[in-house]
Design a protein around this ligand. Structure first.
Ligand code: 13P
Ligand code: 13P
Ligand code: MG
Ligand code: MG
Length: 368
């Protein structure tokens, strides 16, 4: 059976600052998806990571289906009403438009979708990150899909020996989707050269070169490009199919033990290490650290199993301790150097005004 996974997330308000949504908010979103999705959605799952609510839906309508996107938008709109009633912080934060028009992409929410013919067994992972942006997945998915040091399957499994195709987007370009398609392993250095710049070039999709099947889909929204100002970070989600022609679950998870530095953290303006967390985790220290959750599912005829919370394991407690230490270490230097993002990444914030005023006070010294 050919099915579509639509994974859509938004921050529509949270308790105690940018920490976590209320139970009433989660219940409302879940209830709207179930009520309004009858006859359209086969199955769904609603959860949160930090202050972002993510809706996972299965259906047969393909990617960019207006009805499916509208359903998510309506659920977030109804949730926003609850958030306002409860006095939640940032009610409707990620909804940049009040009425739906065609596609929820570009209206604020993050969207990751994929359509495929279900395999006899169909395991996949749903990642959701908070206090960071889509480039956060560049390193882990580069390592999981192109580097045998992390993905031993690239040398052990004949089904993966042809490698993977990467669709990479230039998210600085705002006139349209500026894309490049590169193949691992032969374009490896080109892929690496682009992906090192986590703020500009982000992976959108990855395909198996053995079968052409979709393996990965990542949300690539940059809210500031839509809103023209800072409206919160573009907390990204991702879908990843695993096993068979794709890396094993553990090979996809392995790079997340690095706790690599990503953009985000407090006010979306700092660098911090990405911490793998259990499902429905809040943020805390310095509005962070940047966090990522991951749920494993299997799907049959569009019906989802219950989720497996893959970062809920003693191994990841050890990783979280190490990531906390990295967070401590970079926070000790406050706003200096790489602890805070470069000016180009802050240009939509208040610092622009300050720099304009200071600019007028500069003078060129005479006589030298
Ligand atoms: P099993 O033999 O448990 O299926 O494991 C295969 C595999 O892919 C392990 O990474
Ligand atoms: P969110 O993007 O998660 O709402 O966080 C915004 C922020 O400014 C945190 O300090
Ligand atoms: Mg928020
Ligand atoms: Mg958030």
């Amino acid at each position: 059976m050919k099915i579509t996974l639509s994974f859509i997330k938004a921050d529509i308000g949270s308790i105690g600052g940018h920490i976590q949504p209320s139970q009433a908010l989660l219940d409302t979103v879940r209830e709207v998806v179930e009520r309004e999705g009858k006859g359209l959605i086969i199955d769904s799952y609603v959860g949160h990571t930090g202050d972002d609510i993510a809706i996972l839906m299965t259906h047969t309508e393909g990617e960019n289906c207006e009805k499916v996107h509208k359903l998510a938008f309506d659920a977030f709109m109804e949730g926003t009403e609850v958030a306002k009633k409860q006095g939640l912080y940032g009610a409707g934060q990620d909804l940049l438009k009040d009425s739906f028009s065609g596609n929820v992409k570009g209206m604020g929410p993050a969207v990751a979708e994929m359509e495929f013919e279900e395999r006899p067994n169909e395991p996949f992972l749903a990642f959701a990150a908070d206090k960071t942006d889509p480039g956060a997945y560049n390193l882990p998915f580069y390592l999981a899909f192109a580097d045998p040091m992390y993905c031993s399957g690239l040398i052990l499994s004949p089904k993966m020996s042809k490698g993977f195709t990467f669709d990479i987007m230039d998210v600085e370009y705002t006139e349209g989707d500026r894309m490049i398609r590169l193949n691992a392993p032969e374009d490896l250095y080109d892929i690496a050269a682009l992906l090192r710049d986590q703020e500009r070039f982000v992976i959108e999709k990855i395909y198996s070169r053995e079968t052409g099947d979709i393996a990965v889909s990542i949300s690539t929204t940059r809210l500031r490009n839509i809103a023209g100002k800072y409206t919160g970070k573009d907390d990204p989600i991702a879908l990843v199919r695993v096993q068979g022609n794709f890396p094993a679950t553990g090979e996809v998870l392995a790079p997340f033990s690095i706790g690599h530095f990503v953009a985000g953290f407090m006010r979306g303006s700092h660098n911090g290490p990405l911490m793998p967390v259990k499902k429905n985790s809040p943020t805390s220290y310095f509005d962070g650290p940047p966090i990522v959750s991951c749920l494993g599912f299997c799907v049959k005829d569009g019906k989802l199993t219950e989720p497996a919370d893959v970062f809920d394991h003693p191994y990841w407690d050890y990783v979280r301790d190490r990531v906390s230490q990295k967070a401590e270490e970079i926070r000790r230097q406050g706003f200096f150097g790489p602890a805070m993002l470069p000016y180009s990444e802050l240009e939509y914030g208040g610092i622009v005004e300050k720099m304009k005023k200071l600019d007028e006070k500069f003078f060129i010294r005479e006589g030298e």
